[in-house]
Design a protein. Sequence first.
Length: 565
Amino acid sequence: MTPTDSTPTTDFIRTLIEEDLRTDKYDGRVRTRFPPEPNGYLHIGHAKSICLNFGVAGQYGGLCSLRFDDTNPAKESAEYVDSIKADVRWLGFDWEDREHYASDYFDPLYAYAVKLIQLGKAYVDSLSADQIKEHRGTLTEPGRESPHRNRSVAESLDLFARMKAGEFEDGAHVLRAKINMASPNLLMRDPILYRIRTVSHHRTGDTWCIYPMYDFTHCLSDSMEGITHSLCTLEFENNRPLYDWVLDALGVYHPQQIEFARLNLTHTLLSKRRLIELVGTHVAGWDDPRMPTLSGLRRRGYTPESIQTFCERIGVAKRDSLVDMALLEHCLREDLNLRAPRVMAVLRPLKVVIEDYPEDQVEELDAVNNPEDPAMGTRKVPFSRVLYIERDDFLENPPKKFFRLAPRREVRLRYAYFVKCVDVVKDEKTGEVVELHCTYDPATRGGDAPDGRKVKATLHWVSADHAVNAEVRVYDHLFTEPNPADEKVCPDWRACLNPKSMETLTDCRLEPSLAGAAPGTLYQFERLGYFCADPVDSSPERPVFNRTVTLRDTWAKIQKAQKKK
């Protein structure tokens, strides 16, 4: 399924919530939560869940919490907690005083585990991890009961208390639910509820050496917080029977778990495990602008509004699909087209000398800041005898449909004059074109020729004496294949990494208005794309810009082709 701009605003989750409100199932309440594990930075897939959980709560007058599933201290840190909070706020959502942690509930979770033992519904198992796996069976064969499954309640309580006291090494014992070793759902074959981890926790320090598993923690956290609709991605569909079993076995308040399709995006991977590997090897960090993390997208210049629009347009479905990156880029262009000021920048400069323009003359030409928003006004752009244009805008021997500058050809310079190339200067050793000599028509300033002659191209430019030197980083897809997660296409996902995902240009020339560009500021470089002053590396002394997105709108073309059909 390919999402389109006509995706309906309602969906099966909202339909279900509306029915629950109609029947007063939860006393008219809507309470959701966004529950990330703080073992990495959030990515674009998390944005879909954030927008959904906060969105439906807001739509129906409910509340949404931010809860950290911090039950695996070996992989979690305060850095990740801080980054998650920053990303959720940047995306435009506020959890107010509803910030929770699974670690807030370690005491009641332990008490619930003790209660399950007392009810005869959990036991301490002393099999090793490999033995537990071996006993679990397969999809076609039932599992085998552990020899410790029928331990007495007293013995399991004693061992569990000693596990908590730190008497045993990691892996010596686990607490397992006593459910059904013949269940067709392998997750229901006596799943592990607690394990020993002698690791310091980023919030509780060394208070605990046993930690609850996700499936035990999540449902009870939902219950204790009074969640009504526990929205999860499809990979947790098989976990729902265990979610229900734990709550029913303990006889506590029971929220409803509802699964929706996760986001899969072309030319990238959204597996946290893969992203961690990328950070350690192929990219500069979690906020590398090539990464699909929210911090990476933010640094590249994506706006929270564009990501929210994207999440609205892909909608909420029950089946996984692969969404084209072009749609995300389309949403960004729509947003930036309205807000980003236009400026001129030359990324690969070629020197141009206008022979008949006075050497000491400088004109201040009026340039429009954004034609989509007249309120943004105009600015002054200096024009002088020596300019820079894009190297790609000149060809000595142009093909038939090349309309830009060539020997004896006339073009328009944006906001300035018609110029004609009259001479080409080359490097004597390499033969490379290094300088163009042109003439200009003073009567064409800012408009057409009085004699009615036309030109077929308008070029951007910058004045050489006034140009700001800058570094510009041009980004492309991180992966060459649309679906690098497909093992048939990419047996080794690393082999599908794009070796040209970043090009650094160090000799770029920008118009002088960009000299003081504040980090994070967005612009449209005319004819080149949208660019962002890098929030980390850019400075007034040395501006650094990231290309956010090109001007070429692939999604708009896809939509146009679909309408023709």
